[in-house]
Design a protein around this ligand. Structure first.
Ligand code: NAD
Length: 305
Protein backbone atom coordinates (compact mmCIF):
# COMPACT_ATOMS: atom_id res chain seq x y z
CA UNK A 1 0.00 0.00 0.00
CA UNK A 2 1.31 3.44 -0.88
CA UNK A 3 0.86 6.20 1.65
CA UNK A 4 -0.72 9.48 0.56
CA UNK A 5 -0.82 12.36 3.00
CA UNK A 6 -3.80 14.67 2.69
CA UNK A 7 -3.33 18.15 4.14
CA UNK A 8 -6.53 19.89 3.23
CA UNK A 9 -9.65 19.88 5.36
CA UNK A 10 -12.12 19.73 2.51
CA UNK A 11 -10.78 16.49 0.99
CA UNK A 12 -13.50 13.88 1.38
CA UNK A 13 -15.56 16.17 3.58
CA UNK A 14 -18.86 16.11 1.73
CA UNK A 15 -18.47 12.78 -0.02
CA UNK A 16 -16.04 9.91 0.62
CA UNK A 17 -15.71 9.38 -3.11
CA UNK A 18 -12.14 10.73 -3.50
CA UNK A 19 -10.91 8.71 -0.50
CA UNK A 20 -12.64 5.56 -1.77
CA UNK A 21 -11.06 6.18 -5.16
CA UNK A 22 -7.55 6.38 -3.67
CA UNK A 23 -8.12 3.30 -1.49
CA UNK A 24 -9.49 1.29 -4.43
CA UNK A 25 -6.26 2.14 -6.24
CA UNK A 26 -4.00 0.82 -3.49
CA UNK A 27 -3.38 3.91 -1.36
CA UNK A 28 -3.68 4.35 2.36
CA UNK A 29 -4.80 7.87 3.22
CA UNK A 30 -3.40 9.77 6.19
CA UNK A 31 -4.98 13.10 7.02
CA UNK A 32 -3.05 15.86 8.77
CA UNK A 33 -4.18 19.31 9.85
CA UNK A 34 -1.28 21.04 11.60
CA UNK A 35 1.82 22.32 9.79
CA UNK A 36 4.11 20.52 12.33
CA UNK A 37 2.35 17.20 11.72
CA UNK A 38 2.81 17.52 7.97
CA UNK A 39 6.61 17.64 8.27
CA UNK A 40 6.64 14.25 10.07
CA UNK A 41 3.88 12.65 8.02
CA UNK A 42 5.49 13.13 4.61
CA UNK A 43 8.79 11.53 5.64
CA UNK A 44 7.57 8.05 4.66
CA UNK A 45 4.77 9.02 2.27
CA UNK A 46 4.96 8.74 -1.49
CA UNK A 47 2.32 11.29 -2.34
CA UNK A 48 0.96 14.52 -0.88
CA UNK A 49 -2.29 16.36 -1.51
CA UNK A 50 -1.91 19.86 -0.11
CA UNK A 51 -4.10 22.94 0.12
CA UNK A 52 -2.59 26.01 1.74
CA UNK A 53 -0.05 24.41 4.13
CA UNK A 54 3.53 25.50 3.53
CA UNK A 55 5.76 22.89 1.91
CA UNK A 56 9.36 24.03 2.24
CA UNK A 57 12.56 22.95 0.48
CA UNK A 58 13.76 21.26 3.66
CA UNK A 59 10.50 19.28 3.97
CA UNK A 60 10.74 18.18 0.34
CA UNK A 61 14.40 17.22 0.59
CA UNK A 62 13.91 15.12 3.73
CA UNK A 63 10.83 13.34 2.33
CA UNK A 64 10.28 10.34 0.12
CA UNK A 65 7.61 12.05 -1.92
CA UNK A 66 7.27 11.07 -5.56
CA UNK A 67 4.43 13.45 -6.44
CA UNK A 68 2.73 16.51 -4.92
CA UNK A 69 -0.84 17.41 -5.87
CA UNK A 70 -1.85 20.99 -5.11
CA UNK A 71 -5.51 21.11 -4.06
CA UNK A 72 -6.09 24.35 -5.99
CA UNK A 73 -3.99 26.30 -8.48
CA UNK A 74 -1.84 28.83 -6.58
CA UNK A 75 1.43 26.97 -5.83
CA UNK A 76 3.09 29.83 -3.93
CA UNK A 77 2.95 27.75 -0.70
CA UNK A 78 5.06 24.96 -2.25
CA UNK A 79 8.79 25.18 -3.04
CA UNK A 80 8.28 24.04 -6.62
CA UNK A 81 11.94 24.65 -7.46
CA UNK A 82 13.04 22.20 -4.74
CA UNK A 83 10.47 19.67 -5.93
CA UNK A 84 11.60 20.00 -9.55
CA UNK A 85 15.27 19.56 -8.55
CA UNK A 86 14.28 16.29 -6.89
CA UNK A 87 12.25 15.22 -9.92
CA UNK A 88 8.94 15.50 -8.06
CA UNK A 89 6.10 16.75 -10.27
CA UNK A 90 3.67 19.24 -8.74
CA UNK A 91 0.18 18.93 -10.21
CA UNK A 92 -2.62 21.49 -9.91
CA UNK A 93 -6.40 21.22 -10.15
CA UNK A 94 -6.58 23.56 -13.11
CA UNK A 95 -9.97 25.11 -13.72
CA UNK A 96 -11.70 23.13 -10.94
CA UNK A 97 -12.55 26.21 -8.89
CA UNK A 98 -12.57 28.95 -11.53
CA UNK A 99 -16.36 29.25 -11.67
CA UNK A 100 -16.66 29.44 -7.89
CA UNK A 101 -14.03 32.18 -7.53
CA UNK A 102 -15.58 34.09 -10.43
CA UNK A 103 -19.02 33.84 -8.83
CA UNK A 104 -17.65 35.17 -5.52
CA UNK A 105 -16.13 38.07 -7.45
CA UNK A 106 -19.54 38.88 -8.92
CA UNK A 107 -21.11 38.55 -5.46
CA UNK A 108 -18.56 41.11 -4.21
CA UNK A 109 -19.45 43.47 -7.08
CA UNK A 110 -23.10 43.50 -5.98
CA UNK A 111 -22.31 43.59 -2.27
CA UNK A 112 -20.11 46.65 -2.83
CA UNK A 113 -22.34 48.47 -5.29
CA UNK A 114 -25.54 48.02 -3.22
CA UNK A 115 -24.00 48.26 0.26
CA UNK A 116 -25.52 44.84 1.00
CA UNK A 117 -23.49 44.03 4.09
CA UNK A 118 -24.01 47.52 5.52
CA UNK A 119 -27.76 47.39 4.80
CA UNK A 120 -28.13 43.94 6.33
CA UNK A 121 -26.23 44.89 9.47
CA UNK A 122 -28.28 48.09 9.92
CA UNK A 123 -31.61 46.30 9.92
CA UNK A 124 -30.64 42.93 11.35
CA UNK A 125 -28.41 44.02 14.22
CA UNK A 126 -29.36 47.66 14.79
CA UNK A 127 -33.07 47.36 13.81
CA UNK A 128 -32.65 50.59 11.86
CA UNK A 129 -34.81 51.10 8.78
CA UNK A 130 -32.30 53.07 6.72
CA UNK A 131 -31.85 53.29 3.01
CA UNK A 132 -28.56 52.84 1.22
CA UNK A 133 -28.25 54.59 -2.12
CA UNK A 134 -26.20 52.27 -4.26
CA UNK A 135 -25.55 52.12 -7.95
CA UNK A 136 -26.34 49.84 -10.86
CA UNK A 137 -23.47 47.82 -12.27
CA UNK A 138 -24.81 47.79 -15.81
CA UNK A 139 -22.88 50.28 -17.93
CA UNK A 140 -20.03 50.53 -15.42
CA UNK A 141 -16.41 49.76 -16.29
CA UNK A 142 -15.02 46.50 -14.93
CA UNK A 143 -11.23 46.21 -14.91
CA UNK A 144 -9.97 42.63 -14.88
CA UNK A 145 -6.26 42.10 -14.15
CA UNK A 146 -5.20 38.63 -15.30
CA UNK A 147 -7.04 36.78 -18.08
CA UNK A 148 -6.53 33.16 -16.99
CA UNK A 149 -9.15 30.57 -16.01
CA UNK A 150 -10.75 32.75 -13.32
CA UNK A 151 -10.31 36.10 -15.08
CA UNK A 152 -12.05 34.72 -18.18
CA UNK A 153 -15.05 33.54 -16.18
CA UNK A 154 -15.29 36.95 -14.49
CA UNK A 155 -15.14 38.66 -17.89
CA UNK A 156 -17.96 36.47 -19.28
CA UNK A 157 -20.19 37.19 -16.31
CA UNK A 158 -19.42 40.93 -16.21
CA UNK A 159 -20.21 41.23 -19.94
CA UNK A 160 -23.55 39.47 -19.29
CA UNK A 161 -24.28 42.07 -16.60
CA UNK A 162 -23.90 44.82 -19.20
CA UNK A 163 -20.55 46.04 -17.91
CA UNK A 164 -17.83 47.43 -20.18
CA UNK A 165 -14.89 45.17 -19.46
CA UNK A 166 -11.23 46.16 -19.69
CA UNK A 167 -8.57 43.44 -19.44
CA UNK A 168 -4.90 43.82 -18.55
CA UNK A 169 -2.82 40.70 -19.13
CA UNK A 170 0.40 41.16 -21.13
CA UNK A 171 0.76 37.40 -21.61
CA UNK A 172 -2.39 36.68 -23.61
CA UNK A 173 -3.41 37.64 -27.15
CA UNK A 174 -5.61 40.68 -27.59
CA UNK A 175 -7.86 38.66 -29.90
CA UNK A 176 -8.64 36.15 -27.13
CA UNK A 177 -9.83 39.09 -24.99
CA UNK A 178 -11.90 40.61 -27.82
CA UNK A 179 -13.47 37.21 -28.45
CA UNK A 180 -15.19 37.54 -25.07
CA UNK A 181 -16.42 41.05 -25.94
CA UNK A 182 -13.91 42.74 -23.63
CA UNK A 183 -11.31 45.40 -24.45
CA UNK A 184 -7.60 44.63 -23.95
CA UNK A 185 -5.48 47.45 -22.50
CA UNK A 186 -1.72 47.79 -22.85
CA UNK A 187 -0.99 49.18 -19.44
CA UNK A 188 -2.25 48.71 -15.95
CA UNK A 189 -2.38 52.46 -15.40
CA UNK A 190 -5.12 52.91 -18.02
CA UNK A 191 -7.20 50.13 -16.46
CA UNK A 192 -6.85 51.63 -12.99
CA UNK A 193 -7.79 55.13 -14.16
CA UNK A 194 -10.87 54.07 -16.14
CA UNK A 195 -12.43 51.28 -14.06
CA UNK A 196 -15.32 51.49 -11.60
CA UNK A 197 -14.42 48.02 -10.30
CA UNK A 198 -10.90 46.58 -10.35
CA UNK A 199 -10.52 42.85 -9.79
CA UNK A 200 -7.28 40.87 -9.41
CA UNK A 201 -6.87 37.44 -11.02
CA UNK A 202 -3.10 36.99 -11.30
CA UNK A 203 -0.83 34.49 -9.53
CA UNK A 204 1.45 35.65 -6.73
CA UNK A 205 5.10 35.83 -7.75
CA UNK A 206 8.00 38.28 -7.49
CA UNK A 207 6.61 40.49 -10.26
CA UNK A 208 3.03 40.61 -8.97
CA UNK A 209 3.77 41.07 -5.24
CA UNK A 210 2.33 44.41 -4.10
CA UNK A 211 1.24 45.18 -7.66
CA UNK A 212 -1.50 47.33 -6.10
CA UNK A 213 0.24 49.81 -3.82
CA UNK A 214 -0.13 53.46 -2.90
CA UNK A 215 0.59 54.70 -6.43
CA UNK A 216 -1.85 52.30 -8.09
CA UNK A 217 -4.59 53.08 -5.55
CA UNK A 218 -4.08 56.80 -6.16
CA UNK A 219 -4.70 56.26 -9.88
CA UNK A 220 -8.12 54.71 -9.22
CA UNK A 221 -11.31 56.79 -9.27
CA UNK A 222 -12.53 58.00 -5.87
CA UNK A 223 -15.78 56.17 -6.62
CA UNK A 224 -14.09 52.88 -7.57
CA UNK A 225 -13.96 49.57 -5.74
CA UNK A 226 -11.08 47.07 -5.48
CA UNK A 227 -11.71 43.30 -5.31
CA UNK A 228 -9.04 40.73 -4.45
CA UNK A 229 -9.90 37.04 -4.57
CA UNK A 230 -6.39 35.98 -5.67
CA UNK A 231 -3.62 36.35 -3.08
CA UNK A 232 -3.26 38.83 -0.23
CA UNK A 233 0.30 39.86 -1.05
CA UNK A 234 -0.80 41.26 -4.41
CA UNK A 235 -2.08 44.28 -2.50
CA UNK A 236 -0.09 46.50 -0.13
CA UNK A 237 -2.54 46.27 2.77
CA UNK A 238 -1.13 49.28 4.59
CA UNK A 239 -1.67 51.43 1.51
CA UNK A 240 -5.16 49.98 1.08
CA UNK A 241 -6.13 50.83 4.66
CA UNK A 242 -4.92 54.39 4.10
CA UNK A 243 -6.82 54.73 0.82
CA UNK A 244 -10.03 53.34 2.39
CA UNK A 245 -9.80 55.50 5.51
CA UNK A 246 -9.07 58.64 3.51
CA UNK A 247 -11.87 57.86 1.05
CA UNK A 248 -9.43 57.82 -1.85
CA UNK A 249 -11.35 54.82 -3.21
CA UNK A 250 -14.97 53.97 -2.37
CA UNK A 251 -14.45 50.51 -0.97
CA UNK A 252 -12.87 47.10 -1.30
CA UNK A 253 -13.61 43.41 -0.89
CA UNK A 254 -10.93 40.94 0.18
CA UNK A 255 -11.15 37.16 0.26
CA UNK A 256 -7.39 36.81 0.76
CA UNK A 257 -4.85 38.43 3.09
CA UNK A 258 -1.09 38.74 3.38
CA UNK A 259 -1.37 36.82 6.65
CA UNK A 260 -4.15 34.21 6.97
CA UNK A 261 -6.04 34.48 9.17
CA UNK A 262 -5.33 38.21 9.55
CA UNK A 263 -4.49 39.50 13.01
CA UNK A 264 -7.65 40.37 14.95
CA UNK A 265 -6.16 43.83 15.55
CA UNK A 266 -5.36 44.41 11.90
CA UNK A 267 -6.21 47.97 10.83
CA UNK A 268 -8.12 46.39 7.94
CA UNK A 269 -10.94 45.73 10.41
CA UNK A 270 -11.16 49.45 11.16
CA UNK A 271 -12.38 50.19 7.62
CA UNK A 272 -16.17 50.24 7.36
CA UNK A 273 -15.97 50.36 3.57
CA UNK A 274 -14.20 46.99 3.45
CA UNK A 275 -15.90 43.60 3.02
CA UNK A 276 -13.95 40.53 4.13
CA UNK A 277 -14.32 36.75 3.73
CA UNK A 278 -12.02 33.99 4.96
CA UNK A 279 -10.46 32.71 1.71
CA UNK A 280 -13.72 31.09 0.63
CA UNK A 281 -13.33 31.65 -3.11
CA UNK A 282 -13.13 27.94 -3.88
CA UNK A 283 -15.43 26.84 -1.09
CA UNK A 284 -18.43 25.50 -2.92
CA UNK A 285 -19.50 21.88 -2.92
CA UNK A 286 -19.02 21.69 -6.67
CA UNK A 287 -15.50 23.15 -6.70
CA UNK A 288 -14.39 21.07 -3.72
CA UNK A 289 -15.66 17.89 -5.38
CA UNK A 290 -13.88 18.74 -8.64
CA UNK A 291 -10.64 19.62 -6.80
CA UNK A 292 -10.79 16.43 -4.71
CA UNK A 293 -11.28 14.16 -7.68
CA UNK A 294 -8.70 15.92 -9.86
CA UNK A 295 -6.05 15.78 -7.10
CA UNK A 296 -6.76 12.10 -6.37
CA UNK A 297 -6.78 11.27 -10.05
CA UNK A 298 -3.44 13.00 -10.68
CA UNK A 299 -1.83 10.84 -8.00
CA UNK A 300 -3.31 7.60 -9.28
CA UNK A 301 -2.37 8.52 -12.88
CA UNK A 302 1.20 9.36 -11.83
CA UNK A 303 1.81 5.91 -10.36
CA UNK A 304 0.05 4.16 -13.25
CA UNK A 305 2.53 5.98 -15.48
P1 NAD B 1 -4.29 31.27 -14.31
O1 NAD B 1 -2.88 30.82 -14.23
O2 NAD B 1 -5.25 30.51 -15.16
O3 NAD B 1 -4.33 32.80 -14.79
C1 NAD B 1 -3.49 33.80 -14.32
C2 NAD B 1 -3.37 34.86 -15.40
O4 NAD B 1 -2.62 35.95 -14.87
C3 NAD B 1 -2.64 34.38 -16.67
O5 NAD B 1 -3.43 34.61 -17.82
C4 NAD B 1 -1.38 35.24 -16.69
O6 NAD B 1 -0.98 35.57 -18.02
C5 NAD B 1 -1.82 36.46 -15.93
N1 NAD B 1 -0.72 37.25 -15.36
C6 NAD B 1 0.41 36.81 -14.78
N2 NAD B 1 1.15 37.86 -14.36
C7 NAD B 1 0.47 38.97 -14.70
C8 NAD B 1 0.72 40.35 -14.53
N3 NAD B 1 1.84 40.81 -13.94
N4 NAD B 1 -0.21 41.23 -14.97
C9 NAD B 1 -1.34 40.80 -15.58
N5 NAD B 1 -1.62 39.50 -15.78
C10 NAD B 1 -0.73 38.60 -15.34
O7 NAD B 1 -4.81 31.34 -12.81
P2 NAD B 1 -6.32 31.31 -12.29
O8 NAD B 1 -6.82 29.92 -12.20
O9 NAD B 1 -7.12 32.28 -13.07
O10 NAD B 1 -6.11 31.84 -10.79
C11 NAD B 1 -5.61 33.14 -10.51
C12 NAD B 1 -5.21 33.21 -9.06
O11 NAD B 1 -6.39 33.12 -8.25
C13 NAD B 1 -4.37 32.02 -8.58
O12 NAD B 1 -3.00 32.20 -8.83
C14 NAD B 1 -4.65 31.96 -7.11
O13 NAD B 1 -3.68 32.71 -6.44
C15 NAD B 1 -6.01 32.64 -6.97
N6 NAD B 1 -7.05 31.73 -6.47
C16 NAD B 1 -7.74 32.07 -5.34
C17 NAD B 1 -8.74 31.25 -4.85
C18 NAD B 1 -9.54 31.61 -3.63
O14 NAD B 1 -10.00 30.72 -2.94
N7 NAD B 1 -9.77 32.87 -3.36
C19 NAD B 1 -9.03 30.03 -5.50
C20 NAD B 1 -8.33 29.73 -6.66
C21 NAD B 1 -7.34 30.57 -7.14
Amino acid sequence: MRKVVVATRTFGRYTKEPIDYLERNGFVVLRVEKEEELREAIKDAEALIVGTHTVTREMIESSNLKVIAKHGVGVDNIDVEAATEKGIPVTITLGANSLSVAELTIAFIFALSRGLIWAHNKLFYEKKWEGYVGQEVSGKVMGVIGFGSIGREVVKKAVCLGMNVLVYDPYVSKDSVRLLEATPVDDLEQLLKESDFVSLHVPLNESTKNMIGERELSLMKKSAFLINTSRGELVDEEALVKALKEGRIAGAALDVFSEEPPDANSPLFECPNLITTAHIGAHTKEAIFRMNMMAAQSIVDFFKG
